[in-house]
Every structure is written in structure tokens, then in C-alpha cells.
Design a binder for this molecule. Structure first.
Ligand SMILES: [Zn+2]
Length: 604
């Protein structure tokens, strides 16, 4: 995040919605307007070769891993950018986003869409653990690029003056943030590729001038343009262009000096290459209305329709949407017509909620269809909140002060227990909460990632997503997100068939409990697949040009009804998120996937 540019309110809703990868400088008008420090953190310092890592007790293990990640980034970026940072680099780690929001290190509370901050002058990196190790590593790498950018473009150490400030502050966001994304994620990023395909097909790829307009989300488009530059001219041009920009103060002049080609030509050649790459794909794939019915879109109401959750009988749907300009709210709609029945939570004006976790979470209906549970933050504490769907009244709320954040609750079929994922101590684990006994239980307890739990209709197993089968903690190499089943009685975890070389997320049970619908990107595009759990056979349900997506690549975007054969999902298209509903048996059966793509890894 660069604390210097305030985006005009016009762009605010869109930016809030999409600005979630690592850091973004938007004033948050909705949550936490008066910054209150709720907890005092007792920081210790972990010293590594180049870093002072500030942490507190509950994040000790995560901080040790972050120290190793930081030195690894230092080695990569020093080589790539041909620069050593001056002095020791401070990193201040919080165990979760609600803790991070209480930081007194920076002026003003960071908003929900702000993942991290790197200060231009003191060059301190201030951030929360993301939960999944791979995401924590990405956010740290992104902020570290900012530290290099500031250090490389500041002439001398010392106080800020007209002649002594990091030139990076003058450079356009696409240049600075796009570079941070490119260097921390690399050239292959299915999420950004989805954005670029969508822009290309709608003739909305930004020209050089348009790249400077924050309407073209600088993180995604900047990352794609840097990936093109580095792919064509070599990674070493990134550091050379940054150095040239520090001298000239201009992004375009710097690019032209280093690559020797007018920047408009390079920009046009980038567009041409993108279009060529996706022409055939357009013919081979379909729009979402080929598979089902468009239920929610800007045309029939409002934009940014995400996190859909079908009621047990499939007649209603809870989802998030921006219907008022500055507020992302939770609505209940008729799942046939899309007509809004009521607003369940008004996040913008309700002082009770700091956050409804709109970026990475969806809620769940109970089996009788009269209650809805979701994870939220109130004050500085995570909560499980249960509302009466007929009027949005809060009927139960469980404050979980020992957890950092709670996401994606799922209800046991008998209604007694809720299982959810939580960030605790900087890691993502599964928990259960028994309402009547008021008992909280930890189901997993390790540095591996556990997400998106979904309780089976017979109550005997919980499907979820984990990186535990491929992650090597000693080397800090991260496995893909795979599907697994947990026995809620014994806690035993078994891997089930997934695409071994792809992201597999968001499992949802079919009515008969024999199939799991889920999202995967074995082709580089996220689509809906179906696993026949008994036989281990996989079927592809959609084959989209853009992809099934929530706000981030890990956001839930798929839902199935418990008592009828029906699914709904959100699709990224025309720069927005629309919800589609599918209930045709032939479509839900899907096409068999070639067995060569399929695999299962051993349980750990
Ligand atoms: Zn950034």
C-alpha cells in the first residue's frame, strides 16, 4: 500500500471490491471510522540476517517461518533487482487482520481491503498473517518489493525533503503495484489471466494512458503488463527500468530508455499478443448462460454479486452485493427470479459489524431454512452470527476472542454444531462450535492450510480444502489446494481425488451425498467440476472463457442446495461478478474428465 494517493469516491466501491490482494491505498469509509486500540500487543523481536521481525507470543511459530520467507525474498529480490537494502529491514507482524486494524504504527486504521502496508520513509512493513502459508508468503514478497522500490528510488538516507524522497511515490500505481505483484506471484497467475481474457474479449485492455487511470485496477493490469515486459525482454529489465525511473521520475520514459522501443508500440504489441493467445479459446469455451440461468447482475439490479448460498430447498439465495454505493451488503433473494426479498446485513451503516468478511467467506443456511450463519468481526473479536432470514434479526451470536478471524461456517445436518475455518496464531485451521453445550473444539492444529468446510447430508463427513498433502514445511514449499474428507467423530483426514496440479476449492455436496461439486483450474481457468466420491471419477460441468470466481482466487463462489439438485455460482465477466443458477440434470452430470488429469495424494 502506498499512503499517498486517495482515490476519488467514484471508484471506491469497485476498488474496495477488488483491491484485496495485498495492499491498496483507499480510505475506508465504512468500517472502523474511529480507531480504537482494543488490545495491547507485547512485541518481541526476531533478528535474522537482514530483518528485525516484530511479533507477539501467539504468532511465534508463524513469525519464525516468516523470517525464513523474508530471507528467501531478500535473496531473490537482491539478485533480480541488483540491489541490497540499506540498513536492517523492520517487519511488524500481526496474527490476524482484526489485530492489524488496531495498529498504532500508521496514521488511520487500515481498511478491510488493505492487506498490508509498507511505509515510504521509515520503510517499515506492517502486515497480518494471511492464514494460508502461500498467501502469507505472497503478501510478504509483495511488500518487500515496495521496500526495495523505496530504497532504490531514495537518493540518501535521512529525513524527507523536496530533494530527498523515494521517487517511487511519484510513479503510477500500475507501475509500482503491478511490479510488486509480478515479482511476488510470477508470470503464471490464473486469477490475473482471467481479468486479462475478460478485458481482451470486451475490448477493454488498457492503453498506456488508461493504465494510469485507477479504474483499470492497477494490481491486475499492472502485473500483466510487467509480465509481458519481463517475458519479452528478460526479468533483469525490471530493476533497470526502476532505476531509470528513479532518475527520470517518469515510468514511460524509463521503459523506453531501457528497452529502446516507444512505450505505445510495446503496449499495442502486448494487446495483440493477448488477443492472439485467446482467440481460439473463445471458440472452444462457452458463456455461463450456456449452462444455466443468469440470476443476479448489474442489468437486473446491482453489481458485484458474490458469495452465493442456496437455501436447502433451492428456492432462495443469500449473497453479497453492492446495491448502495458505499456498502457491500448481505441480501436474500428469490432463486428463480432474482427478486430481492430482504436485506440481512447492512455492513456499511450497522455499527455492530466491523467486517462481514466479504473477501474470503460465505455463510450457511441451517437445514430447516430459517436461519443463516456467517463469520464476522465485532469490536476487535471474531464472531459467529446467526440471523433469522425472514427479518435479519440476530438470534444468536458467539464471540470467539481467542481466534483471529472466522470464515465459511457449515452447519451439521441436525443443526447442533457449526464447523468453520479460522485464522489463529497466523495459521488457518478448522474448528467446531456446539451451540447448546457452548463448546469450542479445535479440529486441526498445524501450519497447513484448512479451508471451506462443507458438512455431508448424512452428517458423517466434512469435505474441506487443504494444502497438507503437498506442503513441505521444512523447505517452505507449498502444495496445491486439494480436497479432503474429515470424520467429525474421530478427526481422521483422508485425501480424495482432486486435480493434483491445480487449485481445488469450495466443495459442495449433492443432494444424495454421492457427489461433491467443487471449483478447480486444471486448464488454467476455474470451472465447476463434480467428483463422484464413491468411484473417484471426475466430471466437468462448466467450460467458461473467463471463470467461476469470487473476489480473490480463494474466495468461495459455488453453492449447492441440500434438498434438491441445484447449484449456483458467481462468474467474473465484463469486469463484474454475476450469479448463475443451474438445475438441469444433464448439465449437473457433466462431461467425464480424462483420467490422466486426475490424481490423489496420500493422507498426512
Ligand atoms: Zn502494494
Amino acid at each position: 500500500m502506498l499512503r499517498r494517493r486517495r482515490l476519488s469516491p467514484r471508484y471506491l466501491p469497485v476498488v474496495i471490491a477488488i483491491g484485496v490482494t495485498a495492499c491498496i491505498g483507499v480510505p475506508d469509509t465504512r468500517f472502523g471510522q474511529n480507531k480504537v486500540q482494543y488490545d495491547a500487543f507485547d512485541f518481541e523481536i526476531l533478528e535474522t540476517e537482514h530483518f528485525d521481525i516484530f511479533f507477539y507470543e501467539e504468532e511465534r511459530e508463524a513469525a519464525a517461518q516468516a523470517g525464513r520467507m523474508a530471507e528467501r525474498w531478500y535473496a531473490r529480490l537482491t539478485r533480480l533487482l541488483n540491489h541490497e537494502l540499506r540498513g536492517r529491514q523492520p517487519i511488524i507482524y500481526y496474527a490476524s487482520h482484526p489485530h492489524f486494524k488496531q495498529t498504532t504504527q500508521i496514521g488511520g486504521a487500515p481498511g478491510e481491503g488493505t492487506g498490508a502496508v509498507t511505509e515510504a520513509l521509515k520503510r517499515r512493513i506492517i502486515l497480518p498473517f494471511a492464514g494460508p502459508l502461500k498467501e502469507t508468503d505472497h503478501v510478504l514478497g509483495h511488500e518487500m518489493v515496495h521496500a526495495f522500490q523505496f530504497d532504490m528510488t531514495q537518493r540518501r538516507e535521512g529525513a524527507l525533503s523536496n530533494t530527498n524522497f523515494p521517487r517511487a511515490l511519484q510513479l503510477p500505481l500500475w507501475f509500482i503495484e503491478g511490479m510488486a505483484e509480478y515479482l511476488s506471484i510470477g508470470p503464471d497467475d490464473p486469477h490475473t489471466a482471467m481479468w486479462i481474457r475478460d478485458a481482451a474479449i470486451n475490448d477493454k485492455l488498457p492503453t498506456m494512458r488508461q493504465l494510469n487511470n485507477p479504474r483499470f485496477f492497477p494490481y491486475r493490469f499492472g502485473q500483466a503488463f510487467w509480465a509481458y515486459l519481463a517475458g519479452r525482454f528478460g526479468d533483469e529489465v525490471v530493476g533497470r527500468i526502476l532505476n531509470a525511473a528513479a532518475r527520470s521520475g517518469g515510468a514511460e520514459i524509463a521503459i523506453e530508455r531501457v528497452i529502446g522501443i516507444p512505450v505505445d508500440s510495446v503496449n499495442a504489441e502486448w494487446h495483440e499478443e493477448v488477443r492472439r493467445a485467446y482467440d481460439d479459446l473463445r471458440e472452444e469455451t462457452h458463456d455461463a448462460d450456456h449452462y444455466g440461468k443468469l440470476l443476479l447482475s448489474k442489468e437486473n439490479g446491482a453489481g458485484l454479486n458474490t458469495a452465493p448460498v442456496l437455501s436447502p430447498d433451492g428456492t432462495e439465495l443469500v449473497f453479497l452485493s453492492i446495491r448502495d454505493v458505499f456498502s457491500l451488503d448481505m441480501f436474500r433473494a428469490d432463486a428463480e427470479t432474482g427478486k430481492i426479498l430482504n436485506k440481512l446485513v447492512e455492513s456499511g451503516t450497522d455499527p455492530h459489524f466491523e467486517s462481514i468478511q466479504f473477501i474470503r467467506s460465505a455463510g450457511a443456511w441451517n437445514s430447516t431454512g430459517d436461519r443463516f450463519v456467517f463469520g464476522a468481526v465485532t469490536g476487535s473479536d471474531p464472531v459467529l452470527t446467526v440471523v433469522d432470514v425472514s427479518n435479519g434479526d440476530i438470534v444468536r451470536e458467539k464471540v470467539l476472542p481467542d481466534l483471529g478471524e472466522v470464515f465459511n461456517p457449515t452447519w451439521s445436518p441436525d443443526g447442533s454444531v457449526i464447523v468453520f475455518s479460522a485464522i489463529v496464531g497466523g495459521f488457518s485451521d478448522l474448528y467446531s462450535y456446539h451451540f447448546e453445550n457452548d463448546v469450542l473444539r479445535r479440529l486441526t492444529s498445524d501450519a497447513y492450510t484448512d479451508l471451506h468446510p462443507a458438512w455431508s447430508p448424512d452428517g458423517r463427513s466434512i469435505a474441506f480444502v487443504t494444502d497438507r498433502f503437498g506442503t513441505d514445511l521444512s523447505r517452505l514449499s507449498y502444495g496445491n489446494y486439494q480436497l479432503a474428507l474429515m470424520d467429525p467423530g474421530t478427526g481422521r483426514i483422508d485425501a480424495i481425488v482432486s486435480f493434483p496440479d491445480a487449485k481445488n476449492i469450495n466443495p459442495q455436496w449433492s443432494k444424495d451425498g454421492r457427489s461433491l461439486y467443487f471449483l478447480a483450474d486444471p486448464t488454467g481457468i476455474t470451472n465447476v467440476y463434480r467428483l463422484d466420491v464413491g468411484s473417484g471419477r471426475l466430471y466437468q460441468i462448466t467450460d467458461l472463457f473467463t471463470g467461476v470466481s469470487g473476489i480473490t482466487a480463494l474466495s468461495p463462489a459455488l453453492t449447492s442446495a441440500k434438498d434438491t439438485d441445484k447449484i449456483a455460482f458467481s462468474v467474473y465477466e465484463k469486469g463484474d461478478y454475476n450469479v448463475y443458477v443451474v438445475d438441469e440434470a444433464g448439465v449437473l452430470a457433466g462431461e467425464p474428465v480424462a483420467s490422466s488429469q486426475v490424481g490423489v495424494r496420500k493422507s498426512r
